[in-house]
Design a protein around this ligand. Structure first.
Ligand code: NI
Length: 177
């Protein structure tokens, strides 16, 4: 397994639509394991393949608390096939938008069709934080970031700050070179 570098917004690759995988084979399984290791190391509760520069419809998540056994979820080609009318508001963050958070409303329950790590098609219901997390990760596969659910003004403020921080980091690296 390997820890992969995570793309930080704004980055054109984070705005692309990812491609479906044809099958969950050894390559996709390796990607899933690398993504889980990267996510745990960050640490985060979810990660999508485009965030590590792979434009494939693959996501991983684990919302278990630190005192619980890990409960890793691996999905390829996930699709939301049902949602509740009941909504949940959660203060979302993203490993590609470090240190920025915003309250986002999403359906509290979702039914998701996906291909699991043994290449079997499954349908499963999720609720609460896991439902929020999976909707956030599936958004990434369509080039949608959590800030895209905010007003243009709030999104602009966050993206400008990230751009400035990125530039500051780049010049620091340059100074040490
Ligand atoms: Ni994210």
């Amino acid at each position: 397994m390997a820890i992969l570098p995570i793309l930080i917004a704004p980055d054109r690759r984070l705005k692309k639509v990812s491609t479906a995988v044809t099958a969950v084979d050894d390559d996709v399984r390796r990607l899933m394991e690398d993504m889980l290791e990267t996510m745990y190391a960050a640490p985060g509760i979810g990660l999508s393949a485009p965030q590590v520069g792979r434009l494939q419809r693959v996501i991983v998540a684990d919302v278990a608390r630190h005192d619980e056994e890990p409960q890793p979820v691996r999905m390829a080609n996930p699709e939301i096939i049902g949602t509740s009318d009941e909504m949940l508001t959660y203060d979302e963050g993203c490993l590609s938008l470090p240190e920025h958070y915003a309250e986002i409303d999403r359906p509290d329950r979702v039914r998701i069709s996906y291909i699991d790590h043994s290449n079997c098609r499954r349908e499963e219901d999720f609720h609460g934080i896991m439902a929020t997390c999976l909707q956030h990760e599936i958004d990434h596969l369509d080039g949608i970031l959590f800030v895209d659910h905010l007003s243009a003004v709030r999104r602009g403020i966050i993206l400008r700050k990230l751009k400035k921080e990125k530039r500051a980091r780049a010049s620091k690296v340059g100074a040490h070179a």
